[in-house]
Design a protein around this ligand. Structure first.
Ligand code: HMG
Length: 413
């Protein structure tokens, strides 16, 4: 379906297009328009000390093609121009068939810290590995029903200021859930037998967000004749700067997370876990970009991303928050692996769009133009007509500041 110009439509017409495309039902539309979709009693059960609810815009990017399937991607974010940039990167990607992507099996790693260990502790644990695995399996019964379960156990020794410690790494296939609770339950269940086998004391039992066994990858070729030679060169120069300058690299990766976090939020996933995984993965060895760019033989721009993505399509807040459930429905990913592939593609599109702007016209032209509506409101404009007028005059002056918005608004009065 052609979603061109989607962003120019009023909200009601965007919803109509989604309904016509079979992405949402009439009930879903009501939910999206309902300011009270997350009921107070539900919110009160989700976390502690609740006194209200906090609203954010729920957007979609239609026409995101990954492995030949076309997605409508939901995004929840407060920052202007992120959604537009993602839409732009994905639109230009469509010209060459979209993104290709793949994902690892959904293996999460849980860490168990054993302190007060003697010299032979590691050997003892390795000898008792089967017993530990058997015990762990008892607590993995929930995911086993869905085809997941215990997959492995590694042992590492670390030297610390408080002496030698053993770190047991439990590998668990969690299928379509994020898996934190499952992994932590397994760890706590297996702790007594680990103490018995190792002769040490078990302290921390917690999953790691550095989900190196659960990575997703996406790739795209942006055609030179579509994006223009200057964009290809600009993106390549921008990428090289990130690869050799940590100050730029932090911002480069932040731009990637703009998109991936927004999808994580819209689908009820733990975006802090996604953040921690991405940045710690980028820091293995030395901190580096999560994406990579090069030109192919035809001078086209090839972009690639690889990132750990511990996300689920069921469980946790997804089962509780009706808007998150709708986010999952709109995306229509069949399982966590597919969701992670789309998220990786979004991260790549986001990064490409930012580099395209940064390497050519600069970020302010697109970003501040979209932020101008917020500046107009901060300056006191209320009605759509007032906001449009302030934005138009700011566009003319190309000075996007609150002071300028105020000056324009007061001048209008
Ligand atoms: P443009 O080339 O002028 O766009 O870019 P266009 O008017 O030619 O439209 C092309 C397509 O872009 C549209 O297709 C839409 O898909 C999309 P169509 O629907 O017409 O077939 N599009 C929009 N979608 C929704 N709302 C809109 C909109 N406009 C275009 N208003 C654009 C304009 C703003 C997209 C471009 O300048 C851009 O991508 N800029 C980058 C903005 C950005 O990266 N923002 C992120 C926030 S800044 C940040 O925090 C990250 C950063 O620091 C990261 C880093 O440093 O790497 C930058």
């Amino acid at each position: 379906m052609d979603f061109s110009g989607f962003y120019k439509l009023p909200v009601e017409d965007r919803l109509k297009r989604l309904r016509e495309a079979g992405r949402i039902s009439g009930e879903d539309e009501k939910l999206l328009l309902d300011g009270d979709a997350l009921k107070m009693d539900v919110a009160d059960r989700m976390v502690e000390n609740v006194v209200g609810r906090f609203h954010l815009p729920f957007s979609v990017v239609p026409g995101v093609v990954v492995n030949g399937k076309e997605y409508v991607v939901p995004m929840v974010i407060e920052e202007p121009s992120v959604v537009a940039a993602c839409a732009n990167g994905c639109k230009l990607a469509r010209e060459s068939g979209g993104f290709t992507a793949d994902a690892d099996e959904p293996i999460m790693i849980g860490e168990m810290q054993v302190v007060g260990v003697g010299k032979e502790a590691k050997e003892k644990v390795l000898e008792g590995k089967e017993r530990i695995m058997e015990k762990a399996k008892e607590y993995a019964a929930g995911v086993e029903r869905y085809g997941g379960g215990m997959r492995g156990l590694e042992v590492r020794e670390i030297q610390t200021a408080r002496g030698e410690m053993l770190i047991l790494m439990f590998e668990v296939d969690v299928r379509d859930i994020m898996g934190a609770n499952t992994v932590n339950t397994i760890l706590e269940g297996a702790a007594p037998i680990v103490e018995e086998v190792s002769g040490g004391k078990v302290r921390l039992k917690i999953l790691t967000n550095l989900a190196v066994k659960r990575k997703a990858r996406a790739r795209c070729v942006w055609k030179r004749e579509v994006v223009g030679g200057e964009v290809v060169e600009g993106v390549l120069d921008g990428y090289e700067m990130a690869a050799h300058d940590i100050y730029r690299c932090a911002t480069h990766n932040k731009g990637i997370m703009n998109g991936m976090d927004a999808v994580a939020l819209a689908t009820g996933n733990d975006w802090r876990a996604v953040e921690a995984g991405a940045h710690s993965y980028a820091a293995i060895g030395s901190y580096k970009p999560l994406t990579r760019y090069y030109a192919d033989e035809g001078g086209n721009l090839v972009g690639e991303i690889e990132v750990p993505l511990a996300v689920g399509t069921v469980g946790g807040a997804i089962n509780i928050n009706p808007v998150a459930q709708l986010g999952q429905k709109i995306l229509g990913a069949e399982g966590a692996g597919e969701l992670s592939m789309v998220m990786a593609a979004v991260g790549l599109a986001q990064n490409f769009a930012a580099l395209r702007a940064l390497g050519t016209t600069g970020i302010q032209a697109g970003h501040m133009k979209l932020h101008a509506r917020n500046l107009a409101v901060i300056a006191g404009a209320h009605t759509p007509k007032e906001i449009d007028m302030v934005v138009r005059k700011m566009d003319e002056s190309r000075v996007y500041t609150v002071e300028n918005a105020r000056k324009i608004f007061e001048g209008m009065r």
